[in-house]
Write a protein of this length. Structure first.
Length: 438
């Protein structure tokens, strides 16, 4: 099966690449702020137009010269690699300021790469841009399209031009939709991007010692057990009082949006810290309370001392009532320890979250529990007439009872614990809805 055509947006910094990506993309949105270097990891989305589809990729601002800063150099190398693999390049220029020497250098590079190029003159809604079109026509490319990425002007013409070129390459196909989605969550620099790269077997996320390297939630699809899974790497979430800049605020919003769209959360912590921070506990509770299956990954196990391990186990015991509901796996993204166990565990948790139970099974478990341990509200004895499953992922059960007002949080927790003891529900949330029986 042929691969989806890769259409890569390139250009110098601040010409509107991310704004153009957001204009054309449907499912993924890039951060757009008025200063350079916001886009580090590349974003991609599948775009459908006039019966054709292609993969649209937003690269970071491209520099042709090697950079001294290691992180910036990684960003540059990723952008160059994207161009090398591209089937079509959208070379975005700023029509308002005209053609700059840096644009000419990028154009020479693209010509040397022998890439099919569409020159995109952005900000055409300005009077200056309309007068400068002739400058960009001298770049030597057959197709030049004028757009306003901010206002949408010319976006249809651009998509028509893209389809005209990629349809000739015979590289389109209908991609399988993901069966379920997984999001990596945790504090900055805990190893999420390293794990993303490990699982994808490529450097999809930029990894550096500097905290906050990943600025946007980035997603990729992978195949496991003949199923397509969507894997999303999220920006590190700092404590709220540490989120002061606009960029970091948007990063946090990007992370929580990814969590809301996921079925399973991989919460990563550092074993070397010897404890669960309040922030990490809040992230875990947030995921479970928002009906997400949850797995705890303790990273950097190769560096954990016996004392740190003992401290972590002691600290975790304080939250045993919650942590016993979720699986915990000690891993090392540096040595590869237990990395091979992550996807099988993810698959197992997903299968747990889509289990089916008969009303007879559920009703018998709850009724027997009340025989062994009668529950009362004031002097009223609680009774369960029938229990039936009404949803999967999250598992949701309707309880037909004598009076729903008597079934508060502690009573529902009692029945949840009974179900967890009876059935295989580790890692998955359980919702119980009491209703009066007819």
């Amino acid at each position: 099966m042929s691969k989806l055509a890769k259409v890569v947006i390139v250009g110098r910094a601040n010409v509107g690449k991310s704004t153009l990506f957001n204009r054309l993309s449907v499912n993924v949105k890039s951060l757009t702020l008025d200063f350079s270097g916001v886009t580090r990891d590349f974003l991609s989305d599948v775009v459908f137009w006039q019966g054709f589809s292609f993969e649209l990729i937003d690269s970071g601002g491209i520099s042709l010269k090697k950079l001294d800063d290691s992180l910036s150099e990684k960003v540059r190398q990723v952008a160059l690699s994207l161009i090398e693999k591209a089937d079509l390049v959208l070379f975005v220029c700023d029509g308002k300021v005209g053609l700059l020497p840096e644009d000419r250098e990028i154009n020479k590079f693209l010509q040397k790469q022998n890439k099919d190029v569409i020159v995109v003159i952005n900000k055409i809604d300005s009077h200056d841009a309309q007068e400068r079109r002739y400058e960009f026509e001298k770049l030597g490319h057959e197709t030049v399209v004028e757009v306003s990425a901010q206002h949408g002007t010319g976006s249809g013409d651009l998509l028509d031009a893209v389809i005209q070129k990629v349809s000739k390459k015979d590289v389109n196909y209908e991609e399988d939709e993901p069966v379920f989605s997984v999001a990596l969550l945790g504090k900055p620099n805990v190893g999420k991007s390293s794990l993303m790269n490990y699982l994808l077997e490529e450097e999809r996320s930029i990894v550096a010692q500097e905290a906050g390297t990943t600025r946007e939630a980035i997603s990729e699809r992978l195949r496991f057990y003949k199923e397509t899974i969507q894997l999303t790497d999220t920006p590190g979430i700092r404590r709220k009082r540490g989120v002061t800049e606009l960029l970091e605020t948007l990063m946090v919003k990007s992370s929580f949006r990814a969590v809301d769209n996921a079925n399973i959360i991989l919460l990563m912590i550092e074993g070397t810290e010897g404890q669960l921070s309040d922030q990490e506990l809040k992230l875990a509770f947030y995921a479970f309370e928002h009906d997400k299956a949850l797995i705890l990954l303790v990273n950097k196990d190769d560096l954990v001392t016996d004392q740190q391990r003992a401290d972590l186990e002691f600290d975790s015991a304080k939250y045993k009532h919650f942590l016993k509901k979720i699986p915990t796996l000690y891993i090392s993204c540096k040595t590869g320890k237990n990395i091979g166990k992550i996807l099988p565990l993810v698959q197992k948790v997903w299968q747990r979250s889509i289990q089916s139970f008969t009303p007879e099974q559920l009703t018998e478990v709850c009724k027997n529990a009340l025989i062994r341990t009668p529950l009362y509200y004031s002097s009223h004895r609680l009774a369960v007439r029938k229990v039936k499953q009404i949803r999967k992922a999250p598992l949701t059960f309707l309880m037909l009872v004598n009076d729903p007002k008597w079934f508060g949080q502690s009573q529902l927790s009692f029945f949840e614990n009974i179900m967890r003891a009876q059935f295989d529900l580790v890692g998955v949330p359980v919702k119980l809805i009491p209703r009066r029986t007819d």
